[in-house]
Design a protein around this ligand. Sequence first.
Ligand SMILES: NC(=O)c1ccc[n+]([C@@H]2O[C@H](COP(=O)([O-])OP(=O)(O)OC[C@H]3O[C@@H](n4cnc5c(N)ncnc54)[C@H](OP(=O)(O)O)[C@@H]3O)[C@@H](O)[C@H]2O)c1
Length: 214
Amino acid sequence: MRVGILGSGLMGGKLGTIFAHAGHEVVFSYARRKEKLETLARDAGRKARAGTPAEAAQSADVLLLAVHWSRVEDVLNQAGDLSGKVIVTCSLPMNADDTELVLGHTASGAEELAKRVPEARVVCAFNTVPSEVLFGVFEARRKATRPGLVYCGDDPGSKGIAAELIRDAGFDPVDAGPLRIARYTEPFALLVAQLAYEGTEGPELAYRFEWLGK
Ligand SMILES: NC(=O)c1ccc[n+]([C@@H]2O[C@H](COP(=O)([O-])OP(=O)(O)OC[C@H]3O[C@@H](n4cnc5c(N)ncnc54)[C@H](OP(=O)(O)O)[C@@H]3O)[C@@H](O)[C@H]2O)c1
């Protein structure tokens, strides 16, 4: 597939590199310096190049949105017409200093994005995983047990595309249902990030997972 990366930081830089290594054509876009995009593209190999958000969007089968919430408007304006495009978003609706979600429980960043670009097909994925584990999961992709990664969306075709990317990145795609489920996955993603980054200072938790069947 042709994958446009909108936001080439920790998430976009790593996932774009992984998608290129998995055989997709990747355009890295949206960083503060053009040289960074060129370095990323060079390091990701023959399948990758650097471009503007409009170039990344132009020929893309799927776009990865990986910018801070405060930059979403800007990158979408630069990307131009996204009619019919599949947008996989990992962007969490965080406040300026990344301490809190600005939406939750009754709305989600993914749903706001779908309202902001109604002519696009939005899938929420990759937001529940810290960027630090991405390369390790990709390297271990041929092992029998793969970590699950939840995704949600309203359009079956775009969910199929997202599931393919998730699989190519080394995860087992877990369909969590319609896009409104992002209301629950986005706060969960924040919790996982707090656990990952704050260590013993993070939240105290008790998890109980149950297999409910189909
Ligand atoms: N990091 C994680 O582990 C993680 C996990 C789950 C979800 N998320 C979510 O994923 C999204 C992206 O996170 P991230 O950690 O990848 O963020 P990041 O490393 O800060 O990447 C954001 C990208 O946007 C670019 N950018 C920012 N301001 C810009 C501007 N004014 N002009 C042009 N480019 C600009 C940055 O450029 P530079 O490269 O020049 O800085 C960078 O390439 C966020 O919504 C975050 O909540 C992150």
